[in-house]
Design a protein around this ligand. Structure first.
Ligand SMILES: [Ca+2]
Ligand SMILES: [Ca+2]
Ligand SMILES: [Ca+2]
Length: 194
């Protein structure tokens, strides 16, 4: 479930960055002229996300290594977790993880085949397949990145972060509604040139 919600969030967020948030908000969504303004749902969705806590897909994987369920991940737990991860990745047990195996693993355990870390992150020597050493190296790097205070333990608090959207992206106090036309157009409005 949380995978789905996160994916939905990322989609909404990306869509916002690419489109609706390109400029200061015009007059209210309902008050806008034809072709202008954000879809009413987009701003509401953003408002809901402001201040929300989020976690990257790899954080879910790391959290799963917490063998003693104390809410913190030690290096020993990481090592054991990584060993199990390798077994899950190498589906045909030929001691190497192909890009197809990696993609299947990412789809299942990161929630999307395109979620990070990417195959480029794992395949450090660019050989087109991934070794157990490369998996360990990548997971250790994720652990080190997550361990913000560098005490060798990754807490849940270090796996999440709070999303604070700039007020502009929220539609904010809205500058004057003027500005370029955007969006895919009201009648006669035409698309922005590319
Ligand atoms: Ca633990
Ligand atoms: Ca394999
Ligand atoms: Ca820490």
């Amino acid at each position: 479930m949380s995978h789905v919600r996160r994916a939905a969030f990322l989609t909404v967020f990306s869509a916002c960055l690419l489109t609706a948030c390109a400029g200061p908000g015009g007059p209210g969504p309902r008050g806008g002229g034809p072709g202008g303004g954000q879809p009413p749902g987009a701003r509401g969705a953003l408002a809901e996300l402001d201040g929300a806590y989020i976690a990257q897909p790899i954080a879910l994987v790391l959290a799963g290594y917490d063998a003693d369920h104390d809410g913190s991940l030690t290096r020993a737990e990481l090592s054991e977790g990584a060993a199990s991860e390798w077994v899950r990745m190498d589906r045909n047990a030929d001691s190497t993880v192909s890009l197809i195996e990696l993609s299947a693993w990412a789809d299942t355990y990161l929630g999307s085949a395109t979620a990070r870390p990417s195959q480029l992150s794992f395949d450090r020597d660019g050989s087109g397949s991934i070794s157990s050493r490369e998996v360990m190296t990548q997971l250790e790097a994720e652990f080190a990145t997550a361990d913000k205070n560098g005490d060798g333990v990754v807490t849940r608090g270090e796996l999440i972060r709070q999303l604070n959207l700039p007020s502009q992206q929220m539609g904010g106090r809205g500058g004057p509604g003027g500005g370029r036309p955007r969006g895919n157009g009201g009648p006669g409005g035409g698309q922005a040139p590319r």
